[in-house]
Design a protein around this ligand. Structure first.
Ligand SMILES: Nc1ncnc2c1ncn2[C@@H]1O[C@H](COP(=O)(O)OP(=O)(O)OP(=O)(O)O)[C@@H](O)[C@H]1O
Ligand SMILES: O=C(O)C1=C[C@@H](O)[C@@H](O)[C@H](O)C1
Ligand SMILES: [Mg+2]
Length: 168
């Protein structure tokens, strides 16, 4: 059974997908993102899943995607920004190497632009993002075995710091 060399968690815009790909390339392993697994399985983009079936259904798909990826993926794994909301997912992360990519509101807003593609941020995006980040910060900290600050830093710098952390 494979297990991820590193699982990345963090708020929307923390850079899980971007840094995950750079880190996987640096380590010479595969990158996997549970958001993409869910889209492939559902056959549609995440915003459409939210519109057609609702957030609860998305979270059900997400719990299954997290369990499947943790059990089978041997490379770098990025989880969706809200995956840590589920107690089941937090429990499943125990014993894994989990890196929290921390980001504060100004950098997160700059990066994601608060445009389309993030269904939870469709209404009053800045305030909603702040609320999400405040609510989730303790949960990211709970599952993380290390926290890496991303504000004002390039994806390459961040990926290099994580690669160094992973060295035995
Ligand atoms: N360290 C960084 N500095 C500047 N821009 C960044 C950095 N990391 C990511 N970005 C940019 O921010 C945007 C969001 O990054 P990314 O999609 O990797 O975040 P994410 O954590 O995967 O978000 P989500 O939870 O929505 O999947 C992208 O346009 C990316 O290029
Ligand atoms: O922050 C969240 O709850 C989400 C983040 C994205 O990665 C996707 O998983 C989805 O848009 C929900
Ligand atoms: Mg992502």
């Amino acid at each position: 059974m494979n297990r991820p060399v590193c699982v990345l968690v963090g708020a929307p815009g923390s850079g899980k997908s971007t840094i995950g790909q750079a880190l996987a390339a640096a380590l010479g392993v595969e990158f996997r993102d549970t958001d993409l697994d869910i889209e492939q399985l559902a056959g549609k983009p995440i915003p459409e899943i939210f519109v057609d079936e609702g957030e609860d259904h998305f979270r059900t798909l997400e719990r299954a995607a997290v369990a499947a990826a943790l059990a089978s993926h041997g490379g770098v794994l990025a989880l969706g920004g809200g995956a840590i909301l589920a107690e089941e997912n937090r429990a499943a992360l125990i014993g894994h190497t989990v890196v929290h990519l921390s980001v504060e509101l100004p950098d997160a807003v700059k990066r994601i632009g608060l445009g389309a593609g993030r269904p939870l941020l469709a209404i009053n995006p800045r305030a909603t993002l702040k609320h999400l980040m405040d609510q989730r910060r303790p949960l990211y900290a709970e599952v993380a075995t290390a926290t890496v600050v991303t504000d004002g830093r390039t994806p390459e710098e961040i990926a290099a710091e994580i690669a160094a952390l992973l060295k035995p």
